[in-house]
Write a protein that binds this ligand. Sequence first.
Ligand code: MHF
Ligand code: KIV
Ligand code: MG
Length: 273
Amino acid sequence: MSTYTVEDPRKVTTRRLIEMKAKGEKIAMLTAYDYSMAKLVDEAGMDAILVGDSAANVMAGYPTTLPMTLDQMIYHAQCVVRGVKRALVVCDMPFGTYQGNSIEALNSAIRIMKESGAEAVKMEGGAEIIESIERILCAGIPVMGHLGLTPQSINKFGSYNVRARNEAEAQKLIEDAKLLEQVGSFAIVLEKIPAALATKVSESVSIPTIGIGAGNGCDGQVLVMQDMLGINKGFSPRFLRRYADLGTIVEDAVGNYIKDVKSTDFPNESEQY
Ligand SMILES: Nc1nc(=O)c2c([nH]1)NC[C@@H]1CN(c3ccc(C(=O)N[C@@H](CCC(=O)O)C(=O)O)cc3)CN21
Ligand SMILES: CC(C)C(=O)C(=O)O
Ligand SMILES: [Mg+2]
C-alpha cells in the first residue's frame, strides 16, 4: 500500500489542517480501526482519521476506554495505516501510557510512531500532562490535544455529562487550550462542552478545534464510525447524527444468507465448480 509523500499536495498533513483553519475550511475527521473501513473512509475524502481508544467500546466490547493497551492501539493503527493514502492518521495514546511521567509518555508515543506508521498522537488533558506533551513534541511527534469530556477520566467524574458548564471550569478549559497551542500542539479535540464555550475556545487559538458534541463553532468535527453508520445501535447521544442504518442492513443480509443456506438455495449452479 503506497502512501502519498508529504511533498504531494494531495497528502493531508498537520500543517495542512492548520492552514484549513486559517482559510475557514472545515475539517472532517472520523474514527477507523481496521484496513477495509479506513480505505473506504480515505477514498471518500476524509481529512483526518482517528484510531480512537473507542476501539475499546466498538471493537472489543468493553464498557470504558480504560482497558485498551498500547499493543492493541498499535495493532489497530497498523491496520488503518495500510488502508490510507491521503488522510492524516492520528492515534489515541491509551490510558496509563502517558500520565505517569514524560519519559514514559515519550516512549509510548515513539512506539506508536515507529511500529504503526501513524502520523500523530492524541492525548487527553491540559496542564496536568503538559510536560509529557512537550517532551513528545520535542521528539518531532505531532500532538493533538483533547479537552472537555475526557473518557479516560470517567472514574474521576463518574458520568459522561456535558463538561465545563460553570465559569471556573470554562476558564480552565480556555487556559488549557491556549497552553496546548503555546507548546506547539497542532489541533485540539473538544468533547461534550457547551457550544458557546467551544466557539470561544476556537476563536482564542490559531490551531484547529475538532468538536464532538461541542457545536458548530468548532473548526472541524469528529464522530465514531460505528455510531454514525448505525452499527452501534444502543448509543444515541444528542450530538450524534446517523448517516446510515448499517446495523439493519447487516442483520438483513446475514438473515438472508442463513435462510439461503438452510433452504439449499445457496450455492446454486453458477456458484459452484
Ligand atoms: N461508540 C463510542 N462513541 C463515542 O463517541 C465514544 C466512545 N464510543 N468511547 C469513547 C468516548 C466516550 N464518549 C462518550 C460517551 C458517552 C456519551 C454520552 O453522551 N452518554 C450519554 C448516554 C448516551 C446514550 O447511551 O444514548 C450519557 O448520558 O451518559 C458521550 C460521549 C465519546 N467517545
Ligand atoms: C471520540 C473521539 C474523539 C475519541 O477520542 C475516540 O474515538 O477514542
Ligand atoms: Mg479517545
